[in-house]
Design a protein around this ligand. Structure first.
Ligand code: E4P
Length: 218
């Protein structure tokens, strides 16, 4: 499973990208708003740092305006993916842009039927929101299983499942088990994924024992 970082914060992105484990970035209007900087500057810096797909979301809601914004966003860098909301106009814009060769990410997906329509509209990525479904008492990870099962029935579907709104290590593992192609995770969660109390405890014991040997590896 590929890992994308869900952030517009270049410092956090650069820090995690040192590991070479970042396959792409997702942003959204709320994440951009947190930075208090021009959207084009933010995205340019991100695209210079990360060579994989960088999702940039349109803020318009009508087809024509979405297409206009998509053209502007696409000029920022080659690896920009146009993120579109899962609405009638968003699907229309996705269909038009996909046919023009744009990479697209249809966002705010909460049902399997929505995902199937996004695939039909030629979306490069579909973003089902796991955490927000759990928030309303539904099972977000089950949606990934359902979409994966549906997509597997049709060889012609090339749309990648990008599990979004991932809030915990459990979510991360569940979507991997369900066969998501990508999980996009907030920076804080990335740092939680490798931590374990027994790792810290075990390391401390090894280092204490090693000190008692008075040896050096040289
Ligand atoms: C993904 O593309 C979204 O930006 C993101 O995962 C939303 O996550 P949230 O529900 O935690 O805001």
């Amino acid at each position: 499973m590929k890992i994308y970082i869900d952030s517009s914060d270049i410092k956090e992105i650069k820090n995690i990208n040192k590991t070479n484990m970042v396959d792409g970035i997702t942003t959204n209007p709320s994440l951009i708003a947190k930075q208090n900087k021009n959207i084009k500057l933010i995205l340019k810096e991100i695209c210079q740092e990360v060579k994989g797909p960088v999702s940039a979301e349109v803020a318009a809601i009508s087809i024509d305006d979405m297409i206009k914004e998509a053209r502007i966003l696409k000029r920022i860098a080659k690896n920009i993916v146009i993120k579109l909301p899962l609405t009638f106009d968003g699907l229309n814009a996705c269909s038009i842009l996909s046919r023009k060769g744009y990479q697209t990410n249809v966002t705010l997906c909460f049902s399997a039927s929505q995902a199937l329509l996004a695939a039909k509209a030629g979306a490069t990525f579909i973003s089902p929101f796991i955490g927000r479904l759990d928030d309303i008492g539904e099972n977000g990870s089950q949606l990934i299983f359902d979409i994966k099962k549906m997509f597997d029935n049709y060889k012609e579907i090339k749309t990648k499942i990008l599990a979004a709104s991932i809030r915990s290590a459990e979510h991360f593992c569940e979507v991997a088990k369900a066969g998501a192609d990508i999980a996009t995770i907030p920076p804080k969660l990335f740092h939680n994924l490798y931590k374990h109390d027994l790792t810290d405890k075990g390391l401390k014991a090894f280092l204490d024992d090693w000190q008692n040997t008075n040896q050096k590896i040289e």
